[in-house]
Design a protein around this ligand. Structure first.
Ligand SMILES: CC(C)(COP(=O)(O)OP(=O)(O)OC[C@H]1O[C@@H](n2cnc3c(N)ncnc32)[C@H](O)[C@@H]1OP(=O)(O)O)[C@@H](O)C(=O)NCCC(=O)NCCS
Length: 235
């Protein structure tokens, strides 16, 4: 069993294409796509954004809509413990999680690969988190990123927090020149953001229908995708 979202990278030969001794992933992304360096964690890359009215749509299942006081903003140094707690809580009952997701986030941060780290905050409590990190295609960094882990604390799920986090993460990537984003997840959930399975991008060992891509630019790269080694080493 591997991490629920990022189990892909537990597969032998999928992750690990970037040895830890090589130049930092984020540094090479900066070199390759320039403006993306502004995504570096702990730098203010976007103003904290209050959830839009659209995200606070009226629900029909009795659950309250997302509070107007939920904001999505980049992580701060003092958020680290709360992020770990939210990630752990979100995946605690996930049937395919081995509990490694908080360590994945920590390793990404330590390696400088956590290029987007956004929290959803409500009344000073962190209730959600999303991470993005560079991926390579056929061993080359090319301005593509992997989204995940995505975590919303159980008590706050199904209120639009996850959507707000993904929307903001994708906006942040686009605004800084990223060329596309991949995610390993449920097409029913990620399809609403425009993610689609595409045979051009492959993640060996995982079902094609769960490996999804969203191209920001004009062209879809072709090849085998590898996530940061943090995913494989996190167990
Ligand atoms: C998945 C997760 C991030 C969604 O966050 P959220 O704040 O509950 O999501 P939202 O409120 O924005 O969206 C909820 C909608 O997504 C749907 N949804 C949630 N998880 C889903 C899934 N795995 N597959 C398909 N749809 C899903 C819900 O049915 C709901 O639909 P509705 O609005 O039509 O009722 C959250 O449930 C979570 O943290 N889960 C545990 C960790 C996890 O699985 N992370 C993602 C792994 S791919």
């Amino acid at each position: 069993m591997g991490p629920a979202l990022c189990e892909v990278v537990d597969a032998q030969g999928v992750a690990g294409a970037e040895p830890p001794s090589s130049p930092g992933v984020a540094e090479r992304v900066v070199r390759d796509v320039g403006p993306v360096d502004a995504l570096a964690v702990n730098r203010t890359v976007a103003p904290a954004r209050t959830a839009s009215a659209a995200r606070r749509r009226r629900r029909t299942d009795g659950k309250p809509p997302m509070s107007a006081r939920v904001t999505v903003r980049p992580e701060r140094v003092q958020d680290v413990a709360a992020i770990a707690a939210v990630v752990a809580a979100a995946f605690a009952n996930h049937p395919r999680s081995d509990g490694s997701e908080p360590r994945i986030v920590e390793r990404l941060r330590a390696r400088g690969a956590l290029v987007v780290s956004l929290v959803a905050e409500e009344e000073s409590a962190i209730v959600g988190h999303v991470a993005c990190s560079p991926v390579s295609v056929d061993g080359r960094t090319c301005g593509w990123f992997g989204l995940g882990p995505l975590s919303v604390s159980p008590a706050h799920q199904r209120r639009g927090v996850g959507r707000a986090l993904v929307d903001e993460a994708l906006s942040t990537l686009r605004a800084h020149g990223a060329r596309g984003c991949v995610v390993l997840g449920n097409a029913a959930y990620y399809g609403r953001f425009g993610f689609r399975a595409d045979p051009a991008l492959r993640l060996p060992g995982f079902p094609e229908e769960h490996f999804l891509a969203l191209v920001f630019g004009a062209s879809m790269p072709s090849g085998v995708v590898a996530y940061d080694p943090s995913f494989a080493a996190a167990g």
